[in-house]
Ligand binder design. Sequence first.
Ligand SMILES: Cc1cc2nc3c(=O)[nH]c(=O)nc-3n(C[C@H](O)[C@H](O)[C@H](O)COP(=O)(O)OP(=O)(O)OC[C@H]3O[C@@H](n4cnc5c(N)ncnc54)[C@H](O)[C@@H]3O)c2cc1C
Length: 516
Amino acid sequence: MIQRVQFPINPEDVHNDDILRSKIKPLISKNVESFNYTFIKRSLDARSKKIKIQCVIDVYIDENIPNNKPYYSAKNVAKEKSVTIIGAGPAGLFAALHAINKGIKPIIFERGKKVRDRRRDLADLNKKGIVNPESNYCFGEGGAGTYSDGKLYTRSKKRGDVKTVLKWFIHFGADENILIDAHPHIGTNKLPKIIEEIRAEIIKHGGEIHFNSKLTDITIVDNAIEEITINENKKFPTSNLLLATGHSARDVLYLLHDNGIKLEAKPFALGVRIEHQQELIDKIQYWGKKSNEYLPPAAYALVTQVEEVGVYSFCMCPGGIIAPCATQSGEVVTNGWSPSKRNNPYANSGIVMTINPEKLSKNYKTDPFVGLKFQQQIEKVCWEKAGKNQQVPAQRLLDFMQDKKSFDFPRSSYIPGVKSVMLKEVFPLFMIKNFKKAFKDFDKKMPGFLTNDAVIHAPESRTSSPVKIPRDKISLESPQVEGLYPCGEGGGYAGGIVSAAIDGINCMRKIIEKIN
Ligand SMILES: Cc1cc2nc3c(=O)[nH]c(=O)nc-3n(C[C@H](O)[C@H](O)[C@H](O)COP(=O)(O)OP(=O)(O)OC[C@H]3O[C@@H](n4cnc5c(N)ncnc54)[C@H](O)[C@@H]3O)c2cc1C
């Protein structure tokens, strides 16, 4: 007999077996001395001063907890039918894992380098401000997900089975707790090893991964994919192409456009990354307390509506670092990551707003790139104003609210450095107004948020794709080109690691249905 029970517990007791059993016992219907139990969910509840962990537990009475492992299995596919995948981000890699699980051979082409080799390029980006356009925080094995924060929660539960993705992550080395924690997180230090394990699995079972291999052209014959070109000169025939190139592969969008494939401008998010001291965020969220061995560094999630525009925090990284995420010279872009322990003294978060393409240009129906051009323009202006290197424009939060220039800054986690720039010089007036109203509202929700010790870094511009590559809702195939499957964040179908991975699995499922 299995019985589900639910109760709050003090954070320091959540791993104490005796205390857990004493909480469970009065809640189960059968009066037994011995039982097994397993956590289903654990979530921090800091709504009142008595901070608790809410536990959901399955109790096994007179039976053992079933062993559902392994969470993932694969077949040897070396001699099987193949599917071509462009991009080794979460969408491409999970599509490949689904393929070898179902007996189909994935052949991946990735423009960037292997995960370890990317490190040198990230070091050059951070320390020297040099952007390698093929190897950076967005491009390379594991995609934008590799050196990310590795937060694995998604709002898109409708799109597919989140648990499958989490279980596959566990199979390749993630901690089992990601299945239980309400806000699962892997951490930048652990992700690269997991990505290497995924690669090893794909290759061991006969799949292929080609690095330094950029899709540079596609050949369409009779409205169907016939061939792709890699690195300008290598041709590969293919009839099914899963395109998972992420939101930063602008060249791929132009390549599709030049080949007559219709694209659509879509709403996207754009804004800034704000950094506070983690200690302050802990105190605000934990009723004056600091985080400790039982209370993780505090997070926040803020959202407000200003003039019918959603302004919200995005990808909040407790104990995190702000990273330079440009993909070419002549632009600056920020994003954030944190190690698994989240033990840096900073708390950063994107504060972004929805930008609707119709607000940018009357031509948004005929020009799919209106949003992309706006995004590009902001990144370029920020680069120019901050010294034409990877420094970013920055302003203290209260200075921003009061239209004052900042003359000095507290230490920032952003390694390339910050330059004092009035943010009204880089963002249009409507965005500045929306930010100001939103920050006031955020301070009401989190008193103390509005402090001059917080620093705004600009811009946070790659949180979602401003362009959609249309696909059929059922077949997930392009309505225009047979065999083309736009997938993941770059197609406009995902917004994060888990949703991209789910979309990769869904697209591969459709391709397999078709070829079988
Ligand atoms: C610093 C940072 C932190 C983040 N933190 C989180 C987080 O904590 N949680 C979360 O859910 N999301 C996070 N994200 C977002 C997340 O990483 C993306 O949503 C996710 O990676 C999208 O997956 P994808 O597979 O669709 O695309 P991507 O991960 O962008 O992968 C696309 C891949 O395609 C390759 N590619 C592009 N063009 C070509 C071409 N022409 N030929 C061959 N290959 C090509 C790229 O090199 C890349 O490897 C973060 C992103 C960044 C940059």
